[in-house]
Design a protein around this ligand. Structure first.
Ligand SMILES: O=C(CSCCNC(=O)c1cc(-c2ccc(F)cc2)cc(O)c1O)c1ccc(O)c(O)c1
Ligand SMILES: [Mg+2]
Length: 214
């Protein structure tokens, strides 16, 4: 039977990366996606911007919306301080199954809680299920038409505090026009656009960093 792209990506990690070395996992995925098969990881160019924002925030609590194969999960978790918690939500069970193995290969399973299901269902349950009060950092990388409703939901559920940083992938390609319109015009956020390119291509894309003002 045919393998899937996530399965082939995992194979490249297991073949070319060293267990317990997150950097080698990221390198193996980026090489696979550059030379063999494109996949929708944030990639190395936008990944460097992600790294700088995560390092600046130095978050104790992180929410990632959209795990896919775990590339950005590994990227973020490898920068977190010892007792920090990263919760990552993935809707697609096949993606989640691959991501668990990629995260384990990187040796980061103790820092990461991968939750399967829809963000709209899980966001209201974060406090009771995971003992979260507020998130210090949120990475939005799931369905592009869920960025805005889920941001409003996080506000309503009191999951954001003064200074929480939201970083949104793909605000140009595939694009999240309603989210950009809202976040750039809301007095409750201070936003900044980081111009970049769609992973592994020359197409324009970028990340939108927004700080919640409380
Ligand atoms: O993660 C999911 C499944 S959707 C994958 C989202 N990502 C994309 O669609 C995505 C797509 C592209 C891209 C594709 C084709 C192109 F021609 C150009 C760009 C690039 C990206 O960087 C992306 O992130 C999820 C859904 C619901 C939930 O509630 C949840 O928690 C999670
Ligand atoms: Mg993306």
């Amino acid at each position: 039977t045919q393998s899937t792209r996530p399965q082939r990506l995992l194979g490249a990690v297991q073949k070319n990366a060293t267990r317990g070395q997150p950097h080698s996992v990221l390198k193996a995925i980026d090489q696979f996606c550059t030379h063999t098969e494109w996949a929708m990881n944030v990639g190395d160019e936008k990944g460097c911007i992600l790294d700088s924002v995560v390092s600046e925030v130095n978050p104790a609590t992180v929410l990632e919306l959209g795990t896919y194969c775990g590339y950005s999960t590994v990227r973020i978790a490898s920068l977190l301080p010892p007792h920090a918690k990263l919760i990552t939500l993935e809707f697609n069970p096949d993606f989640a199954a691959i991501a668990r193995q990629v995260i384990a290969w990187a040796g980061l399973e103790d820092k990461v809680q991968l939750v399967e299901g829809a963000s709209g269902d899980w966001i209201p349950k974060m406090k009771e299920q995971f003992g979260i009060t507020t998130f210090d950092f949120v990475f939005l990388d799931h369905w592009k038409d869920r960025y805005l409703p889920d941001t409003k939901l996080m506000e309503e559920c009191g999951l954001l505090r003064k200074g929480t940083v939201l970083l949104a992938d793909n605000v140009i390609c595939p694009g999240t026009p309603d989210y950009l319109e809202y976040i750039r015009n809301s007095p409750r956020y201070k936003s900044q656009y980081f111009k970049s390119h769609l992973e592994y291509t020359k197409v324009e894309d970028g990340l939108e960093k927004s700080v919640f003002q409380g």
